[in-house]
Write a protein that binds this ligand. Structure first.
Ligand code: HEM
Length: 459
């Protein structure tokens, strides 16, 4: 049976194009082959389909665990370990999702509002007016503190500072195209000592592992089942045989949440800062909307603001942090968009190409938050957090954090972009981030601050 068309260049060359210029590679393939094409760009598979047709995506997401399964994912597995939720399947995957969800939803999540605003204010207040800074680095500092303090319950102390510093260094190593290539070409992963790219990467990873294992040992020794941090929750869980999780399983889940939970959100917020400062009209509208809440607004009222919501959605549309979903592999022969797919075929939802469809998003290269006020998109037209059985479990927290951090920064500080040059998207590991990190300058504190006293925000 015929497979969807594929670009004609040799697979190894396509892989290099995809690593060095992922958006260019996908744009070109879409122009030639449209809604579904074969892109042998990840792993050593010859049948790797990228889908950007909403009907195809609907089938993929709604029949996720029936017709497809998620194969172990070499790149993610290497980063987060075999026992990570990313690598689990079937009932174990379902159980783990149920276990991990509560800290990222409902009252638990709403309770983080105050701390997110306070952390933002604390970190921004350390910047000196008139000096340049990389928005991505500063915001990453906020998002890693949110995940470590708020979700993990790890507070100030030597381990907290060391873990934070190593995580940032580890994630920053992905900014190098060389390290990103190592993720995709296993044969390049050679440890020639601490100064070689792979040696450096692995040593950071080992040091992080040691700190996480130390945290697990500590927590076990002081175990209190009524604590609400995520590590206690995971330690309390029992499988169908009454067994708890091993240290290794706990480690893999913690590192998963650390990696997935701060890097992506920081990238999204730094893109948003770029877009709203690139178009002052958008910033003015946002400030007017924030003003309408009066002094010391409730985080949930900020969360509900329609224009802020539209700005965040448009940010996640135009350069979705994750360009692709995780892969789905065909279990039994299945039909998708008129093609008969054989077991072993891998299918990715292409978030980037779907978000750039002219029929859904006229003038797709323009940043226009209004499109989200004028139209409701389905979960197969707009899906920055994926869908189906694998939909991101941190979605609610990521959006909540994005809105509160943006509102606190914009409401309290006057910032400017250092220059008027367009910021280009660049691969950062498996994500797409602003090249150079968005260079900004802090002009001054606003006179009528939204959060005159950050501690006055009530939750
Ligand atoms: C802007 C921020 C974020 C973006 C764009 C994002 C995007 C995604 C995407 C596209 C997937 C794959 C979904 C699929 O294949 O259908 C995913 C999965 C996942 N995300 Fe996120 N994510 C973000 C923030 C977070 C946060 C804050 C956390 C946790 C603290 C998190 C934890 C996870 C986990 C654990 C999975 C795996 C779910 C599973 O396999 O069942 N993410 N995310």
């Amino acid at each position: 049976m015929k497979l969807p068309d594929s670009p004609k260049t040799p697979p190894w060359l396509q892989k290099i194009q995809y690593i060095t210029n992922p958006l260019g590679y996908m744009d070109n393939a879409y122009q030639r082959y449209g809604d579904i094409f074969n892109a042998p760009i990840i792993g050593n598979h010859s049948r790797v389909l990228l889908v950007s047709d909403p009907e195809g995506l609907q089938q993929l997401f709604t029949r996720d665990s029936k017709e497809f399964y998620t194969p172990s994912n070499g790149v993610l597995q290497m980063l987060v370990g075999d026992n990570s939720i990313f690598c689990l399947e079937g009932n174990r995957h379902k159980r783990e999702r149920k276990l991990l969800m509560p800290p990222f939803h409902g009252d638990r999540m709403r309770g983080y509002g105050q701390t997110i605003c306070d952390l933002t204010e604390e970190i921004f207040s350390q910047l000196t007016p008139g000096t340049n800074f990389s928005a991505r680095s500063v915001v990453q500092n906020i998002s890693i503190e949110v995940i470590l303090k708020v979700v993990f319950g790890i507070h100030e102390g030597e381990r907290f500072h060391k873990l934070k510093q190593l995580m940032v260094e580890w994630m920053d190593s992905f900014a190098s195209p060389l390290v990103s290539s190592l993720l995709f070409f296993p044969f390049l992963r050679k440890d020639f000592g601490a100064k070689s790219p792979w040696g450096y990467f692995r040593r950071l990873q080992q040091q992080i592992d040691q700190l996480i294992y130390a945290e697990i040992r500590d927590k076990r020794s002081k175990y209190n089942p009524s604590d609400t941090d995520i590590l206690t929750l995971l330690m309390s869980a029992r499988d169908e045989h009454g067994e708890g999780m091993s240290d290794e399983e706990l480690h893999d889940e913690l590192i998963t949440l650390l990696v997935a939970g701060h890097e992506t959100t920081a990238t999204a917020i730094s893109w948003a800062l770029y877009w709203v400062h690139k178009q002052p009209v958008i910033l003015e509208k946002l400030l007017r909307e924030l003003d309408s809440l009066g002094d010391s607004p409730e985080p949930m009222n900020i969360f509900k603001l329609p224009y802020l919501t539209a700005v965040c959605n448009e940010t996640l549309r135009i350069y979705p942090v994750a360009m692709l979903t995780v892969p789905r592999e065909v279990k039994e022969p299945v039909e998708l968009m008129g093609y008969q797919l054989e077991p072993g075929t891998r299918v990715y939802g292409c978030i980037y190409l779907t978000h750039r469809r002219e029929d859904l998003y006229p003038q797709p290269k323009e940043f226009k938050p209004e499109r989200f006020l004028d139209r409701q998109y389905t979960p197969y037209e707009f899906f920055p957090f994926g869908g189906g059985a694998r939909r991101c479990i941190g979605e609610a927290l990521a959006i909540f954090e994005m809105k509160l951090v943006l509102a606190t920064i914009l409401g309290n500080y006057q910032l400017e972009l250092v220059d008027n040059l367009p910021v280009k998207p660049q691969r950062r590991g498996v994500t797409i981030a602003p090249a150079g990190g968005v260079n900004m300058v802090l002009k001054e504190r606003r006179q009528n601050q939204l959060f005159a006293e950050s501690t006055s925000i009530s939750t």
